[in-house]
Design a protein around this ligand. Structure first.
Ligand SMILES: Cc1cc2nc3c(=O)[nH]c(=O)nc-3n(C[C@H](O)[C@H](O)[C@H](O)COP(=O)(O)OP(=O)(O)OC[C@H]3O[C@@H](n4cnc5c(N)ncnc54)[C@H](O)[C@@H]3O)c2cc1C
Length: 588
């Protein structure tokens, strides 16, 4: 740790309580403490040491160190103040419709941090070639919790930059790309992704917004967007049905919209209200009406879902990285607290069951980390044209797998972390309930678990399961070739067995669409876990060989010990019986 980051992390800490035995009548407990979240993160640092060339790692080390120090300081600062939420003012005192949103103080500093550390720009920067995405997502992972979900509009901005590049609309690229990728807060733009409507969320084909040409031949959008999290942004990509086009998803077109005109007035947009949400409360998620918003088609006047897909792949990656960040924060706090809090005569960490509980969660996190950052590596290779067709197919299936698994895991780890604090884990100003509430968003937005499990089936329909299994096998071969891993008794056999079971399950159900869909979650979770185990095995072999470090091997053993398969075959008959037995209100 450099002096500066060490000092700032230390200064950010509250003084230690005087002890936890306490005098009679008192109940003093020590708050958990966070050090520099980069320097202290063995998992991130180990991955970067293995995956990045030394010169790339050295080049970004200073920024990661600063982000790690800020993460610790921001956690303490946030606990010391009353939580803030954005406020919408719809009318001025004089009856003028203004729809002004006042952001929280953390959000007001969001552009400065994002630009300074290139949270979007780094992913598109050619300096580190195919490593750009690993560089970027390491930054995002360190900054996410401190950003208080400013990462949500950043994810959509990154997605918009990626979708505009893929659509190769040069006029829009010239206008928007330098702003989306700006490293100057004064010129940085945020983009929204306005897809969800009241009728069509997952089922986007039911989108009701319409695009009509005005008297001057320009496109104007009319409709209602039901969840728009980046309404404070300067632009958005959205879907609408050109007037007269057929029903269904294929007839939707993707449009580019700027939120305000040159004079700073809203571009035919009304903000109906801000959502009152379970978590992510700093994020101004709004319901809006489009009343003739001027818009430009990004590509052809159809197949908008295909055009917006590159955006979704990127925002799903951000979702997975942010889910990892929440897990890491929960575990850092829970492990620290377990050393401070005593029960039954010793620190919590000294109790075999508490230790096993936390270590088991850490093992799950380490496997998930390997999967998510492997997908970041793949994305970087694909975007810099360094990838084979097989790697492109692998990216297609691993992106929804990483998103869906980490979304669920973050909720589980956040819930366990609250419990690991006992009663105070339920108390607001410890910050733990906030982590749990926020975590619940990861499995919902950017595609729910079920929707993504079905997306995995579609990817397997196109590319088959064999390439995925072969890629995992290659990783296991690499790991198994290492004598130290074999000698340590790493259970690679169970990983292979889980992959084989997934393949057999998929083949056995391929002809029965309902049964295949009903078991899609189990298949997806099995594939995610088995692939992650293969990656963790490769990393563990490297750590033992290069560093004499057996800690990743411990994570591998515990993770595999939890079982990798989650396959389940639901009886179609019994699920129908049980579901139809649940009466709806109002039924006779
Ligand atoms: C805080 C927050 C911010 C958001 N911000 C944005 C934003 O900025 N832009 C935006 O466009 N959207 C945004 N969303 C919306 C979000 O992406 C959608 O709510 C989400 O994709 C789910 O869509 P839905 O609400 O229509 O749910 P539904 O599609 O109605 O799903 C309901 C349930 O049915 C299940 N389901 C649906 N179809 C199937 C199927 N075929 N098989 C099995 N199960 C199925 C789902 O898994 C889910 O459990 C936001 C949501 C939240 C919570």
């Amino acid at each position: 740790m450099t002096r500066s980051s060490e000092d700032s992390a230390r200064e950010a800490q509250p003084p230690l309580a005087t002890g936890d035995t306490g005098r009679e009548g008192e109940f003093p407990q020590q708050a958990p403490r966070l050090g520099n979240q980069y320097r202290d993160d063995r998992v991130l640092r180990g991955f970067l040491d293995r995956a990045l060339p030394r010169e790339v790692h050295s080049a970004i080390d200073g920024d990661l160190d600063a982000l790690g120090a800020h993460a610790a300081a921001a956690w303490v600062a946030a606990r010391a103040r009353t939580p803030e939420v954005p406020v919408l003012t719809q009318w001025s005192a004089w009856g003028e419709r203004i729809d002004r949103i006042e952001s929280t103080r953390t959000w007001e500093r969001g552009a400065a941090y994002s630009a300074r550390y290139g949270l979007v720009a780094a992913g598109h920067d050619a300096t580190h070639g195919a490593h750009a995405r690993v560089d970027q997502f390491a930054r995002v992972y360190l900054h996410h919790v401190a950003s208080e979900f400013y990462t949500c509009p950043l994810a959509m901005s990154d997605g918009a930059a990626t979708a505009l590049k893929a659509a190769a609309n040069h006029a829009l690229l010239d206008r928007a790309l330098p702003r989306l990728l700006s490293r100057d807060p004064a010129t940085l733009w945020l983009s929204g992704q306005w897809m969800t409507e009241t009728a069509g969320g997952s089922d986007v084909g039911r989108t009701e917004s319409v695009a009509r040409r005005d008297a001057d031949g320009r496109w104007r959008l009319h409709g209602r967007k039901w969840f728009t999290s980046a309404i404070v942004g300067e632009m958005a990509l959205t879907l609408a049905r050109p007037e007269g086009a057929e029903d269904g998803a294929a007839a939707l077109a993707m449009f580019y919209v700027e939120a305000r005109d040159a004079a700073g007035r809203w571009n035919g947009i009304r903000i109906d209200r801000l959502k009152d949400k379970l978590g992510t409360r700093e994020l101004p998620t709004s319901e809006i009406h489009l009343d003739g918003a001027l818009a430009e088609p990004v590509g052809e006047l159809a197949h908008g879902v295909r055009l917006i897909a590159p955006m979704l792949n990127v925002t799903r990656m951000w979702n997975a990285v942010c889910a990892l960040a929440t897990m890491r924060r929960c575990l850092a706090l829970a492990f620290d607290y377990a050393q401070r809090r005593r029960a039954f005569g010793r620190p919590l960490i000294g109790h075999p069951l508490h230790r096993a509980t936390l270590a088991g969660l850490q093992a799950e996190f380490e496997a998930a980390f390997e999967l998510v950052f492997f997908v970041a590596q793949l994305l970087g290779r694909v975007e810099t044209d360094g990838a084979t067709a097989r790697e492109k197919a692998l990216l297609r299936v691993l992106t929804p797998l990483a998103k869906l698994w980490t979304g669920k895991l973050a909720v589980r780890i956040a819930s366990e972390a609250c419990e690991a604090f006992g009663g105070v884990g339920y108390i607001e100003d410890t910050g733990m309930p906030l982590l749990l509430r926020d975590a619940q968003v990861y499995p919902i937005w950017e595609g729910t678990t079920n929707v993504l499990a079905l997306d995995v089936l579609r990817a397997l329909d196109v590319n088959g399961i064999d390439d995925l299994v072969a890629a995992a096998d290659a990783l296991l071969g690499e790991a198994g070739a290492d004598a130290s891993l074999r000698e340590a008794g790493a259970d690679l056999h169970s990983v292979r067995a889980a992959l084989d079971a997934a393949r057999e399950w998929q083949l056995a159900h391929a002809a029965h669409r309902d049964a295949l869909e009903a078991g899609a979650r189990g298949l997806a979770l099995t594939l995610a876990r088995a692939f992650a185990a293969a990656l963790l095995a490769r990393h563990a072999a490297w750590a033992v060989r290069e560093r004499g470090d057996r800690v990743p091997l411990a994570a591998l053993s515990l993770f595999v010990g939890h079982g990798l398969t989650r396959l389940a075959t639901a009886s179609m008959d019994w699920t129908a019986v049980l579901a139809s037995a649940q009466r709806s209100a109002g039924e006779p």
